[in-house]
Design a protein around this ligand. Structure first.
Ligand code: MN
Length: 292
């Protein structure tokens, strides 16, 4: 039904053609304008969905450019990520100099679990990926379908899992690659500030027929680096959610990065990354050298 955005100084809204309509009046008053407004709107969605059209129609139309879109979610309680969830990506990593010690093809059995990225790594439209000054390391792009949790999920079955999805977004899991004796923790390598570009909006789940059937493509400059379809996920979206929900309770606004296909490769300052997830969205970010 909708493309949900954050904009301005922290308002929540819905896209209406080329305009944004403010939905902040649907948020619990103490949370309006705070980073948690979007989590609250998502948590209330079942109760307020019927009011969205009316509130949007009575709100002034603000052009997208004037509104200034922000990362649609900056404070998920959990930012989950799937490692090695496409077989061709498993193959390229097993065979590469970046392969962590002990990386084996057992990942293809589909028993992979999740890791976490620090939510502080999230950025939104108009922000740049900043590469830290660490000689000898390389930095790779990873395009991923991001899933946004709607209804709280605890111990849900695979059949029930998609009922707990609020929507989807385009996500980049920027990653520092190590070699040889360099063995920083994966969570660290993927959590540098700016390493999780998101957005530019959340597409609500009713707009997506099948999350396990979406094309993903990523360019660096004019070069197509990654091109795949989520049907090739080793563990599909419903099972990722079900499995995680048996570890801990998933909360409204949680994000799950579902894994990247093959074709990952280095980015350097001066690059521009453009990533498209079919029916979901498109993210474009510049890559710069971190200034601190
Ligand atoms: Mn990833």
């Amino acid at each position: 039904m909708s493309r949900i955005v954050r904009f301005g100084a922290g308002s929540v809204g819905v896209l209406d053609g080329g305009s944004v309509r403010d939905l902040s009046s649907l948020v619990d008053p103490p949370l309006r304008g705070t980073p948690y407004a979007i989590n609250d709107l998502i948590a209330r969605w079942d109760d307020v969905a019927e009011q969205v059209a009316g509130v949007a129609a009575s709100a002034p139309a603000i052009s997208v450019a004037e509104a200034g879109l922000l990362a649609p979610i900056t404070h998920p309680r959990n930012l989950f990520a799937a490692p090695l969830n496409y077989r061709p990506h498993v193959a390229e990593m097993v065979g590469s100099r970046h392969a962590p010690t002990g990386l084996k093809a057992h990942h293809s059995a589909g028993n992979l679990g999740f890791f976490l990225k620090a939510p502080g790594s999230i950025i939104g439209p108009g922000e740049a990926v900043e590469l830290p000054p660490l000689p000898g390391r390389s930095f790779h792009h990873e395009i991923e379908l991001g899933v946004v949790i709607g209804r709280e999920a605890r111990g849900v079955s695979i059949d029930e899992a998609l009922d707990h999805v609020f929507g989807y977004l385009c996500l980049l899991d920027i990653t520092m690659r190590t070699e040889g004796e360099q063995q920083e923790e994966r969570v660290t390598r993927k959590s540098f500030q700016t390493f999780t570009p998101l957005g530019p909006w959340i597409v609500t789940a009713d707009e997506i027929d099948d999350p396990d059937g979406l094309d993903l493509q990523l360019w660096v400059g004019d070069e197509l680096r990654q091109s795949a379809n989520t049907r090739d996920l080793i563990v599909g979206v419903a099972q990722l959610i079900s499995d995680a929900s048996h570890v801990l309770t998933l909360s409204p606004g949680d994000i799950y990065a579902t894994g990247t296909p093959d074709g990952v490769g280095p980015i350097v300052p001066g690059d521009t990354i453009r990533a498209v997830v079919e029916q979901v969205g498109e993210v474009e970010v510049a890559v710069v050298q971190r200034a601190w």
